[in-house]
Design a protein around this ligand. Structure first.
Ligand code: NAP
Length: 267
């Protein structure tokens, strides 16, 4: 049995993780966190989410409630994720972080703290996307420099960071496979008289509209043909199930920084 705390518990992802966790007999919710000043602090999270009473009250102080937990699952915002991992590392508790939009410095902080606790950090917890991450590098390597690489991602209008963490991860995997430095070849916007496309650039384009859960297409454009590899998430539950799978897995690991490829045995 793994006892979990979900931070951002009333958010789009936090609420789905708590709801989906009801299906797991080996996972028990022992804490639900929101930030200070949240209007529902002190209320039962089960009643708030329409799940029936769970006897877990919405709290704003991770340090106070972390004692009984095995794993903290964080889908919040970068600054909150850092605050939360600092507490988890101090208390020796494992973490699953799905929060995206982390800066390089914030990722370095997480890497440093993962010296004390096991951490799964992944911008996308779906099985399908992680399988794609495994094969995209091979596809890019085989196609080589004759195929232009463009990544197009689409998400709902409320998403705060761009491009998506998944699009960035795809770009990093592909850039690594074709031995390019993403900082040099990533192109995130085009407008005006931009001239011909350079062979090495990797385009990463963002669409924001309505309630799109998450869509990613990697396009390899050659002369006379193009290959498009697309993943479409139709429900957040795919990410929630991935996060719970990661929580079950990370509890038994040594300190270190892991990703979903580790969790799914894709390495
Ligand atoms: P959301 O609906 O805005 O939920 C975030 C929740 O975290 C909100 O309830 C927010 O409260 C809360 N929060 C903010 N600061 C907090 C703090 N200091 N302590 C506790 N709670 C805090 O966003 P979402 O769509 O669930 O996405 C959350 C994150 O997960 C984003 O970075 C998103 O890109 C990422 N994500 C990752 C995956 C994946 O598979 N890895 C999948 C989907 C989304 P307020 O509303 O009051 O600010």
């Amino acid at each position: 049995m793994k006892n979990i705390i979900v931070t951002g518990a009333t958010g789009r992802m936090g609420s789905r993780i708590i709801s989906v966790s009801e299906e797991y007999t080996d996972i028990m919710l022992c804490g639900a966190l929101e930030k200070k000043g949240h209007k529902d602090l002190g209320k039962d999270i089960g009643l708030l989410l329409g799940l029936g009473e769970k006897k877990v009250q919405l709290n704003d102080d991770l340090e106070n409630i972390i004692g009984g937990a095995d794993v903290v699952i964080d889908f919040t915002a970068p600054a909150a994720a850092i605050q939360n991992i600092e507490v988890a590392a101090k208390k020796g508790k494992a973490m699953v972080i799905g929060t995206t939009g982390l800066s390089k410095e914030e990722i370095d902080t997480i890497r440093g703290l993962s010296g004390n606790i096991p951490v799964v950090l992944a911008p996308n917890m779906s099985v399908g996307v992680n399988l794609l991450l495994k094969v995209l590098g091979d596809v890019a390597r085989v196609l080589g420099d004759d195929y232009d690489i463009e990544i197009i991602e689409a998400h709902h209008r409320l998403k705060k960071d761009a491009p998506s963490g998944t699009a960035l991860k795809m770009a990093q995997v592909i850039a690594g496979a074709v031995q390019r430095d993403l900082d040099e070849v990533g192109v995130y916007a085009r407008k005006g008289i931009i001239g011909e496309r350079s062979k090495k650039e990797i385009g990463i384009q963002t669409v924001r509209a309505g309630d799109i859960v998450g869509e990613h297409t990697v396009l390899f454009g050659g002369l006379g043909e193009r290959i498009e590899i697309t993943h479409k998430a139709s429900s957040r539950d795919t990410f929630a199930r991935g996060a719970l799978k990661a929580a079950l897995w990370v509890g038994g690991q040594k300190p270190g920084l892991y990703d979903m490829q580790d969790v799914l045995g894709l390495k």
